[in-house]
Design a protein around this ligand. Structure first.
Ligand code: FES
Length: 108
């Protein structure tokens, strides 16, 4: 089992915003909702490419869904389920994570 590794502090991500990270050759993104963080691999289930349309921009304009920039697939923030688009019914891959004293730790 891999060790927990610190990715960032919760305050590094603004409330309601998303942020991308490169960590150990893996592309990851995080969405903050209050004190909750959702962490996924940055890979669209449709074609396996990165989702964002520009740095750290993974969400729809109203911030309610994750959106793939390539063909517009929409994903629920809390589960990663695709609810519209070419990969409807598939899911973003969750990165195992925990919060410790405000630090976001992940296990790849
Ligand atoms: S690559 Fe994401 S919707 Fe096509």
């Amino acid at each position: 089992m891999n060790k927990w590794q610190t990715l960032c502090h919760i305050d590094d991500i603004e409330e309601g915003q998303s942020k991308g990270f490169e960590h150990n050759d893996q592309s990851i993104f995080v969405v903050r909702q209050g004190q909750q963080l959702h962490v996924y691999h940055n890979s669209c289930p449709h074609l396996g490419i990165n989702l964002e349309w520009q740095d750290d921009q993974f969400l729809t304009a109203d911030g309610t869904l994750v959106q793939c920039a390539m063909h517009g697939a929409l994903f629920l923030i809390d589960t990663g389920l695709c609810i519209a688009g070419p990969c409807q019914g598939q899911r973003l891959k969750v990165v195992e994570h925990q919060l410790q004293d405000g630090r976001l730790q992940i296990r790849l």
